[in-house]
Design a protein around this ligand. Structure first.
Ligand code: GLC
Length: 733
C-alpha cells in the first residue's frame, strides 16, 4: 500500500512537473514575479482593460508590448478605427475567408482543423495580432441559433477534438487562440442577459467538455467570457466557471477576456476571475484601482490577473509594428488550406444518380446564392476577402469548354427596413414584381437543360450574430420556386448554402441530388464544383442533426425556447443605470432537455430526423467488417476493416458510438466516443484503429459533484453515420 501511495504521489508530482515544463505559459514565472514587484498599481490596472477596440496595454516603461486581438473565428477581420467599429478601409487587410465553424466540423478531422488553425495564425501574424478571437465553439443547441453556423457541432467530443486541432495549429505558429464563448452561449436572442438554468450534468458533460478538452489537450492560451449568465451569475464574474472550474480544476494558465461590453462589475469581475475588460475601462480601470486602494480588492487578485496576461505576452512574440500589414493578409498558402477544408466539408445527402455530373451539355444554375459572396456579414465574424469564388464562378471554372451554363438568379432577398427606418410603402409590391420576373427567367433557364443546379439556402444576413432565426424554412420563397422549376425540369440537384439546419421537406422529395455546401469560404465555389463534377468524392458528414421540422428539435419540442423577457427591470434602474440596463433585464433559458442535445434527443426519443448527425454519402460504397474491441489499460481499442468498393479514391469518416445498457443513470441511446477520417484507394481495404480513453465514457455524478466511469458493459457500434452502424460488439469495463 505504502509503495502504491508513493508511486501515485510520484506520478502526480511528475505529471505536474511535466505540465510545468511543457506548458509555454509557464516558462517565465520567476521573471514575471520580479516584474510584478516593480509595477505600480496604475501600471497593473492599466493592463486589465481595453486600450483600443481590439488591444489591451502592455507595460510601456519596460518595453512589454500591448496585446493585439483579432476577430473572428474564420478569417482575420479588417482593421478598425482604434476606438470605434468603423473599418479603416485598407487594402492590405484583405484576408482569406475560411469555411465557417459548422463547415470545418463537417470535415470531422482534427488534422484538418490543425491546418485551419495554422492558416488563421499565418494571417493573424501578417496583421500583427497576438490572439485570434476563436475558435467559436459553443454547442449547437438550437437549429435557429444565430451563431450556430459559427460554432462547430451539437456533440461535445466532435466539437472538442476540432477545437483542439484548431488550437494546436494556431499556437504551434506562436499565435494564441481565445476559446469562445465561455460558457453556454447557445442563443443570440437576449444574449446580453439570458440566464442559463441548466443541470450540473448537462453543463459538465455537454457544454463545458469542448472547452475542457482544448485547455487540457492543447494548452489554449485565451478564453472569452460569454455575455450571458449561468445559474444567475454573469459569465464574466462567475467565480465557479472562471476560477473553480477553468483555472483550478482544469489548470488553465492563460488569460480570460470579457466579450465586448460583457463586463458588469468591478469587484465581481476582478474577484470572479476576469483578467481583461474589453473594450474600454468602465469597471476594470480607475474603479478597480479605487477598489484596491479601499481594500475591497486585494492586491494579490490584481497581481494574478497581471500574471495571466504576462504569461501569454511572454509566450507570444510580438510582431514589430513596422512589419505588420506590410503584405496582403490572404496568401496562396492559406487559400490552399481554405480550399482543402471546403473540399472535405461538403455533405452529399441524396443522390439518385445525377451526381457526379457526367456528359452534361447544358447546365442551368439557378439561385441567389450562386453569385452571393458570404465573407462579410455576421458582425464580428465578417471577413473582408481578397477574393471569394462563388458557386457560379467555380462551376464556370470546372465546366469551361465542357458544358454551357445558363444562370438565373431565380429569387432575391426580401427588402429589410434598416435600424429605425420604415420600408417605402410600395416596397413589397415592387419586390413581388421583381420576384415574378426572376421566376420567369429561372423557368426559362431550366427548361431543356440537362440538369438544374439550384443554389439556395440561407445567407449571412439570415444567419448572424445578434439574432436567432424564427424559422428554418428556406427564405425568399425558394420552396415555391423549386416546385415551379420541377414542373419544367425534374433533373434538379439542390445545393444548400447554409451554416445551420434548414427545412428540407419541400426540397428533399423534389431534388434528385441534395448537397449541403455551407458558408464555405474563399475557395468554396471551386470546392463545390470539384465535388459536383466528380473530381473529388464528397466526404463531409453532418455535425448536427437536420430535423424534419423545427418543432422536433428538443428545446422547441419542450417549449423552452424561444423565451419571453421577464420583468425587464424597474424603470429607475433602466433610466439611472443605462450603462447596465442589461443587468435590469431578466430572462431564463431552461435547458430542460438536459444532456439530450441533438442526436442524443432524436435517437433516445425515437424522433426520426430528416438526416442524422454524422450522415453523409460518398460517390463510392464503403463496407465495414471484422470489428474487434478490447480494453487495454486506460483505453478501449476498436479495430475494423474499411473497404472502398468503388472506382475512385475517397475519404470516409468512420464513427464509434457507445451505449451503457447497465448504467445506473439515465443516458442517451448511445453517444459518439470516437471517429476517424480515413482515405481509402478504389477497391482497397484498410484496417482502422480508434483508441478511446476510458475516461471519455465518464458521466457527471450530481450527488458526488464528480466524474464517474461506470463499470459494466459497453456496447460499441461502428459505422458511417449515427443512424447507420452496421458493426456491433461489446467490452466489460
Ligand atoms: C462580439 C462577439 C465576439 C467577438 C467580440 C468582438 O459581440 O460576441 O464573438 O469576438 O464581440 O467583436
Amino acid at each position: 500500500m505504502r509503495k502504491t501511495i508513493f508511486l501515485l504521489a510520484a506520478l502526480f508530482i511528475g505529471g505536474a512537473a511535466y505540465a510545468q515544463q511543457t506548458n509555454p505559459l509557464l516558462q517565465h514565472e520567476a521573471e514575471i514575479t520580479e516584474i510584478i514587484k516593480s509595477m505600480t498599481l496604475e501600471e497593473k490596472v492599466n493592463m486589465l482593460h481595453g486600450k483600443n477596440m481590439f488591444s489591451s496595454a502592455g507595460i510601456e516603461r519596460l518595453g512589454i508590448a500591448d496585446m493585439e486581438y483579432a476577430d473572428g473565428p474564420f478569417g482575420i477581420r479588417e482593421e478598425m478605427e482604434p476606438h470605434s467599429w468603423a473599418p479603416l478601409g485598407w487594402e492590405t487587410d484583405r484576408a482569406t475567408f475560411f469555411p465557417t465553424g459548422s463547415a470545418l466540423a463537417a470535415t470531422w478531422s482534427p488534422e484538418i482543423a490543425y491546418e485551419y488553425g495554422k492558416g488563421m495564425a499565418i494571417e493573424a501574424k501578417l496583421r500583427g495580432k497576438d490572439m485570434i478571437l476563436g475558435p467559436a465553439m459553443n454547442i449547437q443547441r438550437l437549429p435557429t441559433g444565430g451563431r450556430t453556423y459559427e460554432y462547430l457541432s451539437e456533440d461535445p467530443i466532435l466539437s472538442g477534438e476540432l477545437a483542439v486541432g484548431y488550437t494546436l495549429g494556431s499556437q504551434d505558429m506562436n499565435e494564441a487562440v481565445c476559446l469562445k464563448h465561455f460558457a453556454v452561449n447557445s442563443q443570440e436572442n437576449m444574449r446580453g442577459f439570458i440566464n442559463a438554468q441548466i443541470s450540473e450534468r448537462a453543463l459538465r458533460e455537454i457544454y463545458l467538455t469542448p472547452f475542457e478538452m482544448a485547455v487540457k489537450k492543447a494548452n489554449a492560451m485565451g478564453v472569452m467570457a460569454a455575455y450571458n449568465k449561468v445559474w444567475g451569475t454573469w459569465c464574466s464574474e462567475n467565480f465557479l466557471l472562471q476560477n473553480t472550474i477553468l483555472r483550478n480544476e482544469w489548470g488553465f494558465k492563460g488569460l480570460i477576456i470579457s466579450d465586448w461590453g460583457g463586463t458588469h462589475s468591478t469587484i465581481g469581475a476582478a474577484v470572479g476571475g476576469l483578467d481583461v475588460e474589453m473594450p474600454g475601462h468602465t469597471y476594470m480601470g480607475e474603479a478597480l484601482a479605487d477598489s484596491v486602494r479601499s481594500g475591497a480588492v486585494p492586491m494579490e487578485v490584481i497581481d494574478s490577473h497581471v500574471r495571466n496576461i504576462l504569461r501569454v505576452r511572454f509566450a507570444i512574440t510580438p510582431v514589430p509594428k513596422d512589419v505588420a500589414n506590410t503584405k496582403v493578409t490572404s496568401q496562396p498558402e492559406t487559400q490552399a488550406i481554405a480550399y482543402k477544408v471546403a473540399s472535405k466539408s461538403i455533405v452529399l445527402l441524396k443522390n439518385d444518380g445525377l451526381l457526379p455530373l457526367k456528359n452534361v451539355k447544358t447546365v442551368a444554375v439557378i439561385g441567389d446564392n450562386a453569385t452571393r459572396t458570404m465573407g462579410l456579414g455576421g458582425v464580428g465574424a465578417g471577413v473582408k476577402t481578397l477574393y471569394e469564388v462563388t458557386p457560379l464562378e467555380g462551376l464556370q471554372n470546372a465546366l469551361k469548354g465542357k458544358a454551357k451554363i445558363r444562370y438565373a438568379r431565380g429569387y432575391e432577398p426580401a427588402p429589410q427596413a434598416r435600424w429605425g427606418q420604415q420600408l417605402p410603402a410600395n416596397a413589397m409590391e415592387e419586390y413581388a414584381k421583381r420576384m415574378e420576373k426572376l421566376k420567369k427567367e429561372a423557368l426559362k433557364a431550366a427548361k431543356g437543360a440537362d440538369v438544374v443546379l439550384f443554389i439556395g439556402g440561407d445567407n449571412r444576413e439570415v444567419e448572424t450574430e445578434g439574432s436567432d432565426r424564427t424559422t428554418i424554412q428556406l427564405p425568399f420563397q425558394q420552396d415555391e420556386l423549386l416546385k415551379a422549376i420541377a414542373e419544367v425540369n425534374p433533373n434538379i440537384v439542390a445545393v444548400m448554402v447554409a451554416g445551420a439546419p434548414v427545412d428540407l421537406r419541400t426540397v428533399n422529395p423534389i431534388a434528385k441530388g441534395l448537397v449541403y455546401s455551407w458558408f464555405n469560404g474563399t475557395e468554396g465555389g471551386n470546392a463545390l464544383a470539384d465535388v459536383l463534377t466528380g473530381k473529388i468524392s464528397p466526404s463531409g458528414k453532418l455535425p448536427f442533426t437536420l430535423p424534419v421540422k423545427l418543432e422536433d428539435s428538443p428545446a422547441y419540442a419542450l417549449g423552452v425556447y424561444p423565451q419571453t423577457e421577464q420583468g425587464g427591470g424597474d424603470v429607475f434602474v433602466n433610466l439611472v443605470n443605462n450603462r447596465d440596463r442589461q443587468a435590469a433585464r431578466r430572462a431564463d433559458a431552461e435547458y430542460s432537455e438536459g444532456i439530450f442535445v441533438g442526436y442524443r434527443w432524436y435517437t433516445t426519443k425515437n424522433v426520426k430526423p430528416m438526416y442524422a448527425f454524422g450522415y453523409g454519402l460518398s460517390y463510392v460504397p464503403f463496407q465495414y467488417a471484422n470489428l474487434n474491441a478490447s480494453v487495454e489499460d486506460e483505453t478501449i481499442e476498436v479495430t475494423f476493416d474499411l473497404s472502398n468498393r468503388g472506382q475512385q479514391e475517397a475519404d470516409e469518416v468512420a464513427q464509434v458510438y457507445i451505449a451503457r445498457p447497465d448504467s445506473k443513470v439515465e443516458r442517451p441511446k448511445y453517444e459518439l466516443k470516437g471517429f476517424k477520417r480515413v482515405a481509402v484507394q478504389a477497391g482497397q481495404t484498410t484496417k482502422v484503429t480508434i483508441s478511446i480513453p476510458k475516461e471519455q465514457l465518464r458521466h457527471w455524478n450530481e450527488f458526488q459533484h464528480a466524474w464517474n466511469v461506470e463499470k459494466g458493459k459497453a456496447v460499441i457500434y461502428v459505422g458511417g453515420s449515427s443512424d447507420n452502424l452496421p458493426l456491433q460488439t461489446s467490452v466489460e469495463l
